[in-house]
Design a protein around this ligand. Structure first.
Ligand SMILES: [Fe+2]
Ligand SMILES: [Fe+2]
Length: 418
């Protein structure tokens, strides 16, 4: 198991006998909330869990401890390793010995069923109660305060405090990945539920397409520091992340459009997934990324059983997606227009503000708030105000972003001027 950190108080005789005590602890999330144990007596928090008994595996101990402390049943199949924390200090019961605790932390899920809590004496004495909290990081301040007040077991309180911080970040990553996976699954489901999937045709495997594009873009994923991108951005910009966001915009635009004449949902989704795949080649060759994307898209689709005419249509969308000057052509293909609008909607609004702040900082190490404000006024805001959107749906989302950026810059001006 991955080593997270060590707490060593160095208050022991290093030649002393070592008493090893392993323990298992659970990081449990349900509907965005986390299960923790609160000490009513000292007002600090810890994760549910406890000592691994003789003959028990860490997983068995985890299930038993969670049941005893909170009454919930851990689903064994959901147990997943997070990391190990080593704690070493003088043994309170045997001053000549070293107390060494190996704490194994796991992510896991619980079922609905609940039984009464059975607590050990010290747990009753500290008034431990299971609680659901919104944010693990917010608990660190309680433990920090308990350390200041010198109550309870300082090594335990410090360990759990640091774990709240680590687990908070890890959970955020996990929940983000889960939302993302859910969104991809939802895309597949939408086609199944009656949008334009032609009869007898299999639902496209968007997840497989996305992972193909991800793998293809991997070597050039991040433009910026150390990347190969032709447009050198001064921070880590992932083309694949951009692709996923544009996919979100294509989907949103499609959903919002009442008249779907000429729109082909699946072709739009597939073209969006592949629209920038050519960056994998153009980053090295210096060629046009839209054109470079065509053979890659064609090869994938044909080898996955897509008929030639549909494949060519999708390739056409990929090939033309950069020709943004065609957006005002009244005869433009509606799917192409939607892809273009989706592509342009990304990197704007609040995301544009974050991105431009990173660019400012990348260019100038001692960048100030004024430098950012200056950049927003000269580049971000004018670009945002010049809407390239053609459809009412595109305009709706663009205007929403413009409003936010205008207000942001206005408030920033107020905040940095006296
Ligand atoms: Fe592009
Ligand atoms: Fe793009």
């Amino acid at each position: 198991m991955k080593e997270l950190f060590t707490i060593d108080t160095h208050d022991y005789n290093s030649d002393g006998h070592v008493h090893v005590r392993p323990s298992a602890r659970a990081i449990i999330e349900k509907d965005g909330r986390f299960l923790v144990m609160h000490s009513r007596k000292y007002d600090y928090y810890k994760f549910p869990g406890g000592g691994i008994e003789a003959g028990e595996t860490p997983e068995q101990a985890l299930i038993r401890e969670v049941r005893e402390e909170s009454g919930y049943f851990v689903k064994p199949e959901t147990i997943e390793e997070f990391g190990r924390v080593l704690r070493r200090n003088r043994d309170a019961k045997d001053p000549d010995a070293i107390f060494e605790q190996h704490n194994y932390y796991y992510f896991c899920e619980i079922g609905e069923e609940r039984v009464p809590i059975t607590q050990e004496d010290y747990e009753i004495e500290e008034g431990f109660e299971p609680l659901w909290v919104e944010c693990l990081f917010a608990l660190t301040r309680f433990n920090r305060d308990a350390l200041r007040r010198k109550v309870g077991d300082p090594a335990l309180i410090e360990r759990e405090m640091r774990m709240f911080d680590l687990a908070d970040e890890a959970m955020r990553k996990r929940l983000f990945a889960r939302d993302e996976a859910g969104a991809i699954r939802a895309l597949g489901k939408i086609s199944q539920d009656g949008s334009p999937t032609e009869a007898g045709q299999a639902v496209p495997d968007y997840a497989d397409m996305l992972s193909f594009v991800k793998e293809t873009l991997e070597p050039v994923q991040t433009e910026g520091e150390g990347g190969i991108g032709a447009h050198k951005l001064e921070f880590g910009y992932s083309r694949f992340e951009h692709t996923k966001r544009v996919l979100g915009w294509s989907h949103r635009l499609y959903e919002r459009t009442p008249d779907k004449t000429g729109l082909r949902y699946e072709d739009l989704m597939i073209a969006t997934i592949f629209h920038d795949v050519g960056r994998a080649v153009s980053a090295v060759s210096g060629g046009d990324h839209a054109a470079e994307g065509v053979p890659i898209t064609r090869k994938y689709l044909l080898s996955h059983g897509y008929p030639e005419d549909r494949t060519e249509y999708i390739c056409g969308l990929v090939a033309d997606h950069s020709c943004k000057w065609r957006m005002n052509d009244p005869d433009i293909d509606r799917n192409l227009l939607m892809l273009m609008e989706a592509d342009l909607l990304d990197d704007m609004g609040v995301l544009g503000l974050v991105m431009d702040s990173m660019i400012v900082r990348g260019r100038k190490e001692d960048a100030t708030f004024f430098d950012c404000y200056n950049h927003y006024c000269r580049y971000t805001l004018p670009m945002q105000k010049e809407s390239p959107m053609v459809t009412p749906e595109g305009r709706f989302f663009w205007d929403e972003k413009t409003e936010i950026v205008e207000r942001f810059v206005e408030l920033l001006h107020r905040d940095i001027t006296i």
